[in-house]
Design a binder for this molecule. Sequence first.
Ligand SMILES: [Zn+2]
Length: 222
Amino acid sequence: MATCNICGGETFVAGFLGRMSFGLPPVCGGCGSSERHRIVRRLFEAIRPIAAPWRVLQFAPDMSVDATWFASYQFSIYGGANSLDMMNTGLEAGSFDLVLSNHVLEHVPDDFSALREMLRLVGPSGLVALTAPTPLFRWESVDWGFADEKKNMHFRDYGADFPSLVVEKIPNARVLVAIGRDEATGLHDHVWFISLDPEPLRALAHPWQRMGIPLVYVRAGA
Ligand SMILES: [Zn+2]
């Protein structure tokens, strides 16, 4: 039987509008987490010793991490508490070691301005961690240039090409793609860790390799 790695719950129920995942109920009856929360959570739990000294900023806090794991933790809620403009936060460069955002970038008008801003906030050796809806469902990202009401106000759909776009558009950027798997449903998802410095990515890769997490390294060609 599958166990929720967030609350230890063993019952799972259908998601919003009866959503199932490979025929299995994806939402934890205990804590309400979905597959994507549990996938990101498992990756972060494995790197807690590394992450303990980090100063963290999360856009749209969720169950994927616990604020107490880090030396400091701030969050931004769109239109709510501490709301920051992801494309221009007004915060000092190098203020954080990690900026984390799950399922936010598809809502931002200019996603690469936002990514450059997040990389500025973490400085030359910091990390940006991102997830977006279902990049494994399509090869190519598609940007239609406006917040589409029919698509949850998304500006675009990300595809499996996102890491390639990052290294193409941002000089010296490297992307470590961690391929997480949700125990309850068997769903796989990509979690993108981006840095201008290969060393912090290498440090994360070690514990994940020991757990058997598949990893893909993406950098621009010489
Ligand atoms: Zn749970």
